[in-house]
Design a protein around this ligand. Sequence first.
Ligand code: ADP
Ligand code: ADP
Ligand code: ADP
Length: 214
Amino acid sequence: MRIVLVGPPGAGKGTQAAFLAKNLSIPHISTGDLFRANISQGTELGKSAKSYMDAGELVPDSVTIGMAKDRMEQPDAANGFLLDGFPRNLSQAEALDEILKAAGLSLDAVLDLEVEEDEVVKRIAGRRTCRNDSAHVFHVTYAPPKTADVCDHCGGELYQRGDDSEATVRNRLAVYHAETEPIIDYYKAQGLVSTIPALGEVADVTRRAMDALK
Ligand code: ADP
Ligand code: ADP
Ligand code: ADP
């Protein structure tokens, strides 16, 4: 299956993607995680993305689309993938359609994680991310690590992402409403969207998402 996960920052996309990708045996492709890995490795791509991420702005399409395309063309993605955080604006959505069409493929579903803004702000404020792998995510109260500030998965140090600061979060939410939300209508016109209420237990949200894919 080829699936797109959308929702505001902090909605739980990364958390759900980890479970869904495992259940469906497809790779979880997060453009945010790819950018952060490039930044920690000091690549040119990471250098060109960093200032945009720190400000809570979108990284330019000229950088983002090529990176996403390269990842989707890896052998492990040949039979499907779960996209988390891409596309994030209409031109990325159109580019994705073109990339898939050129390969004779199409999307199967778009899952829209719906969470009210107050809850999203709480989730982001308490989020702690592993320095070794930004797909390893915890929350100080909702999903605390067994040992404070230590990743349960790999023993890495947990930290608060710079762009999870209150000032940047406000801008990220504004960017989400202005640039990302329009892709939901774009995909609704293609009949692809399932809206998933994303409040409550992680496992319950996963179940709702799996039911929507049946
Ligand atoms: P969250 O899920 O909390 O919104 P992500 O890890 O998905 O955070 O993204 C972090 C940052 O990486 C974004 O604020 C943006 O700067 C950049 N980014 C991630 N994906 C994209 C994308 N598809 N287009 C442009 N920028 C992106
Ligand atoms: P996104 O990728 O959409 O930005 P994350 O998956 O990183 O969101 O989740 C944001 C924060 O909220 C993390 O700290 C995560 O542990 C927490 N979280 C995710 N899902 C839930 C949930 N259902 N209930 C409570 N907290 C959650
Ligand atoms: P188990 O080990 O029983 O499979 P987990 O350790 O995955 O369970 O999760 C224990 C509880 O924490 C569950 O209620 C789950 O929904 C919740 N949970 C797991 N991961 C997160 C997360 N990233 N954010 C918020 N809650 C989480």
